[in-house]
Design a binder for this molecule. Structure first.
Ligand code: CO
Length: 134
């Protein structure tokens, strides 16, 4: 089921400062900042040769990363995203095996325009896992 690592998402309190760190210290090539009101975040994408990094800054009062940043005021790794060939089949198989899917359990369109779902960190070694349709 599990496929390529699609991205690692890092929540940051200040997207401009985080972007400057990746650009100036690490020589990363960054996308423009993209507000994603449906997801409550503003994102900057960093393309690496083998995967992507996404810097996430809260957008709006209901941002899903606000609580994470309260607990981790300097930012931190928020989730990792694996690709799966068939997200519907993956969801059914995971539920059968006792994993918990966040929200109403059905895939939603994610930040890349593809169906995604999130798995409960308590079921996956303390890490929030996103699955994305490849
Ligand atoms: Co993600």
């Amino acid at each position: 089921m599990i496929g390529r690592l699609n991205h690692v998402a890092i929540a940051v309190p200040d997207l401009t400062a985080a972007s400057a760190t990746y650009r100036d210290m690490l020589g990363a090539v960054l996308s423009d900042a993209v507000p994603q009101p449906d997801h409550g975040v503003t994102t900057v994408f960093i393309e690496l040769p083998n995967t992507k990094i996404e810097l996430l800054e809260p957008l709006g009062a209901e941002s899903p990363i606000a609580k994470f940043l309260e607990r981790n005021p300097n930012g931190g790794i928020h989730h990792i995203c694996y690709e799966v060939d068939d997200i519907g089949a993956a969801a059914r198989s995971l539920v059968e095996k006792g994993a918990r899917i966040l929200g109403d359990g059905t895939p939603k369109i994610g930040a890349h325009g593809k169906p995604v779902l999130f798995l409960h960190p308590k079921d996956f070694c303390g890490t929030l896992v996103e699955l994305e349709q490849a």
